[in-house]
Design a protein around this ligand. Structure first.
Ligand SMILES: Nc1nc2c(ncn2[C@@H]2O[C@H](COP(=O)(O)OP(=O)(O)OP(=O)(O)O)[C@@H](O)[C@H]2O)c(=O)[nH]1
Ligand SMILES: [Mg+2]
Length: 196
């Protein structure tokens, strides 16, 4: 898809703040600092539009990016960030759970995993949660520019072994730096949302 116009429409913490346009939505999920905002920037061809940071925990609300008045990317605050209080964590959990389990417009989740490491317990739990609610998922192993190409096949087999991939779900390798995998991610998004 050629993206022309992007707006961060809405930052929401509860359903009544979600956008009312009815466009299909794709959520970006993954541990803090894994590269969700960077993925957004690559997909929309805008360097630095979604704020990235090497300080984890930057994104704290559900951020709805309006893509050409056709669909929304929903940047979900990352999990696994240690330096937040229990109360904050509980609030976060509820905000995410409510969105993922009740949002009719949600057509799929891109679950980002750091390609240099084995999926964490949090990653595996998140995938199982998404499968329980039957949300189509693209498992995206990112930061692949940091892994030599000779090890890429191994990365895929590790993911296949640690994650019990549901029928219809896919694994894709990605790098925000080299933009490797960008087309494939867009193809997946188009197939789930019907948007071109
Ligand atoms: N080398 C490399 N660095 C990346 C890649 N993707 C993201 N990064 C870096 O990783 C750090 C975190 O990226 P973000 O996109 O801000 O991560 P996030 O998942 O949005 O983080 P939160 O908003 O805290 O949940 C930044 O310093 C990015 O430049 C990638 O594909 N390759
Ligand atoms: Mg972010």
């Amino acid at each position: 898809m050629d993206v022309h116009n992007v707006n961060i429409d809405i930052s929401a913490v509860e359903p009544k703040q979600y956008p009312a346009n009815g466009y299909p939505e794709i959520a970006l999920v993954g541990r803090s600092n894994v590269g969700k905002s960077s993925l957004t920037n690559v997909l929309i061809n805008r360097n630095g539009y979604a704020r990235t940071s090497n300080k984890p925990g930057k994104t704290q609300t559900l951020n709805f990016y309006n893509i050409d008045e056709k669909l929304f990317f929903v940047d979900i605050p990352g999990y696994g960030y240690a330096k937040i209080s229990k109360a904050q964590r509980a609030k976060w959990g509820q905000m995410i759970e409510t969105y993922l389990t009740t949002r009719k417009q949600l057509k799929g989740v891109v679950l980002l995993i750091d390609g240099r490491r084995e999926p964490s317990q949090d990653d595996i739990q998140m995938y199982e949660f998404l499968k329980y609610y039957e949300i189509p998922t693209l498992l995206l192993a990112t930061k692949m520019d940091k892994t030599p190409k000779s090890k890429w096949n191994k990365e895929i087999s590790v993911l296949n072994k640690t994650v019990d991939l549901a029928e219809g779900d896919e694994i894709q390798l990605f790098s925000a730096l080299s933009k490797y995998g960008k087309e494939e991610v867009w193809n997946w998004i188009e197939s789930k949302t019907g948007v071109k």
